[in-house]
Design a protein around this ligand. Structure first.
Ligand code: WTA
Length: 653
């Protein structure tokens, strides 16, 4: 993106917060938001310091609120804290002791509810089992789980004993798991015999067994029994959770962690190279996820809150587990997904539990639209009072459908912009205060200094496209790329070089601001593909393709797809003089699914004999993107080495 992004979307509709909603909201008016925002902007450290004292329990107070040595940041250095204490223990001495903390609905229709007291007990048992398996403070634990209560319990147990967790999305393959476990040098893996999804068993343990021979650091595997199908258990290495839990005590005091000790690593795709291990630490992350959950979702003690993300993504970490539980909320998780045998399962769950707050992704909303209005209309959704979205820009028509059909024109919608790297929601409406516009994430959270700038860091004009940047550190920002501080600097801090002491955090999105200062995020400017709300690096998919013996070279791009946001189109050059066939295309799709996971399966494989490259050998993906989307190439082709390549590629269409 060297030229400014063109903006084509001009949305005029405005939805004010409903008065009855504003009345009881944590933040009740635009004036109140503006006052908070101005106060935070004037002295961010003081703003966060006050909230940290009010909202969290600290074993010892910090000595330095903010230590900013760009791009290295420390928040609350010297402070002692434990996020599992803030999520569990502190509620036990209040009336919340017997409040539902976690409601779980299994796909076959079974369910479990844990009160705060019960969840605390399970977490303590789990933590003691991990200790028995040799896990110590600082040891990385891999978590590769279906959406079970034990996934949440395992995360909190790790946090309790100071073992950073590295959750790997259960939809990823054994290959992807192996790479992530090795990068993190994980000592133990927590998994399950399987999980239910779309009426079938996802065989997680099988993937673990395939990965582990090439992961020398893993000594033990803790297996949760879910499906009960027979699985091989390797003696000495594999242990059943339900067996080991019998032999440990339920007393496990929380480890006092330094605010800057690592809480977790979570891998995310970058535009080049292997996935990045995004590192989040304890104190700032606890504070920021806590306060954003409270204000953005306007969480009230009587709410049943449901975020449909998987715990394997950052949304699951921040807004299923840590943010809601730190607030003493009731958080709901669902094992499965809509499927032919139960297409209305989402609405059925809302009806069954009286869900009040529903947070999902635009890709899910688009598939609900495809299913038709009759489904949600045949369930009682009157308990809903707030809706949210995350993961990609939401098109105004999908927003309106969500507002009319699911929210029944009663519920405000919070469109929340943020990233794995930011740890928490950065730009979003506060539903009792900020009027919404379909398709806009609206305004930054208090304390977040966001802007849209050009490559020199100068703010662009009203409605002009540019780079979305953050200009002041915030408590839950990523601290580094695991074991690769240099990559952290290069990936996020050098794209727009610092100027007069001002640093610009940039993680790849284009945006514009309208006359009211509202942000309109326009999507990624780099080579990452956003399939169904999940960011996938082109590089990883290309590597997977090239690992097939028939493939010499591959380039992968995204092209717009109505349901998934983007789908994957792969351009492939074969080894030798082979010609492509439908059969081989199928085989390659299957190969990618095996290497990375079904989510990365290309929608289309196009065989070619050359790729458009610059003289320095960089593949010009923007040209391939136009070809994949069957668009005219209007952008600059002057750096193209061999112009005839484009003609040949076009002929292949
Ligand atoms: C995109 C997910 C527009 C964006 C929490 C970002 C969005 C990437 C929105 C991060 C939104 C997320 N509007 N785009 N409300 N939310 N994105 O790391 O491109 O999986 O950079 O974190 O998703 O994806 P990630």
């Amino acid at each position: 993106m060297t030229a400014p992004i063109e903006s084509v979307l001009q949305e005029q509709r405005l939805f004010a917060p409903p008065p009855h909603f504003a009345q009881t909201a944590h933040i009740k008016s635009m004036a109140e938001y503006q006052e908070l925002y101005a106060r935070a902007q004037a002295d961010p450290a003081k703003f966060w310091e006050e909230l940290a004292s009010q909202e969290l329990h600290w074993f010892d107070r910090w000595h330095t609120t903010l230590d900013w040595q760009p791009p290295q940041v420390q928040w609350f250095a010297g402070g002692k804290i434990n996020i599992s204490y803030n999520c569990l223990d502190r509620h036990l001495s209040t009336w919340r002791r017997n409040k539902a903390a976690l409601i779980w609905e299994g796909e076959p229709g079974d369910s479990r509810t844990y009160t705060y007291a019960q969840l605390h007990r399970e977490v303590c048992l789990f933590a003691n089992v991990l200790k028995q398996l040799g896990v110590k403070k600082g040891d990385v634990v891999g978590i590769y789980m279906p959406m079970l209560p034990e996934a949440v319990i395992a995360m909190l147990a790790c946090a309790r004993i100071g073992a950073p967790h590295s959750v790997v999305f259960g939809g990823f393959s054994g290959e992807a798991l192996r790479e992530r476990l090795n990068d993190g040098r994980a000592k133990v893996v927590v998994t399950a015999d399987g999980g239910w999804r779309k009426d079938a068993i996802v065989p997680l343990k099988e993937q673990v067994d395939a990965a582990l021979p090439q992961v020398p650091t893993v000594e033990n595997v803790l297996v949760v029994q879910r499906t009960g199908q027979r699985i091989p258990m390797e003696p000495g290495r594999d242990h059943w959770w339900h067996d080991l839990k019998q032999s440990v005590s339920a007393d496990c005091p929380p480890e006092p962690m330094d605010a800057e000790d690592i809480l977790f690593i979570l891998y995310t795709s970058g535009s080049t190279g292997k996935p990045k291990g995004v590192v989040h630490t304890t104190g700032g992350y606890n504070l920021y996820t806590h306060i954003t959950t409270k204000w953005v979702f306007d969480l009230q003690d009587t709410d049943v809150y449901w975020c449909t993300a998987d715990v394997g993504w950052i949304t699951g970490h921040s807004y299923i587990v840590y943010g809601p539980l730190s607030n003493g909320a009731t958080t709901l998780i669902y094992e499965g997904a809509p499927r032919p045998s139960n297409p209305g399962c989402m609405w059925q769950i809302i009806e069954k539990y009286g869900v009040n707050i529903f947070y999902t992704a635009p890709t899910a909303i688009r598939s609900f639209i495809k299913q038709g209005e009759h489904l949600p209309k045949s369930y009682d959704l009157s308990s809903l009072r707030l809706l949210g979205t995350v993961g990609e820009p939401i098109n105004p028509e999908a927003w309106m459908w969500y507002y009319r059909i699911i929210g029944q024109e009663r519920c405000p919608i919070v469109d929340t912009w943020w990233q794995t790297e930011t740890g928490g929601i950065m730009i979003s409406a506060l539903p009792g205060a900020i009027p919404t516009k379909p398709g806009s994430a609206t305004l930054p959270f208090p304390g977040i200094i966001a802007d849209v700038v050009d490559l020199e860091g100068n703010p662009v004009g009203e409605n002009e496209g540019g780079y979305l940047v953050i200009k002041h550190p915030w408590p839950s920002m990523m601290r580094t790329v695991y074991n690769d501080p240099d990559r952290f600097r290069r990936s996020y801090w050098e794209h727009i070089p610092p100027k007069e002491g001002q640093y610009f955090y940039f993680a790849g999105d284009g945006a514009r601001r309208d006359k009211d200062g509202y942000f309109w995020v326009m999507g990624r400017v780099d080579d990452v593909i956003n399939v169904a709300g999940h960011r996938l690096g082109t590089m990883e998919i290309e590597s997977a393709l090239v690992s097939h013996p028939a493939v010499a070279e591959a380039a992968v791009v995204g092209r717009p797809d109505e349901i998934k946001g983007e789908e994957i189109c792969a351009f492939v050059i074969l080894e030798g003089f082979q010609t492509g066939s439908e059969e081989l295309a199928q085989e390659l799709k299957q190969h990618v699914a095996k290497e990375i996971g079904a989510i990365a399966r290309p929608a289309e494989i196009r065989f070619t004999d050359a790729l458009p490259k610059t003289r320095s050998g960089k593949i010009m993906r923007r040209l391939l993107r136009s070809l994949a989307a069957k668009q005219e190439i209007t952008s600059d082709t002057s750096t193209l080495e061999d112009r005839s390549v484009l003609d040949r590629l076009r002929e292949g269409i």
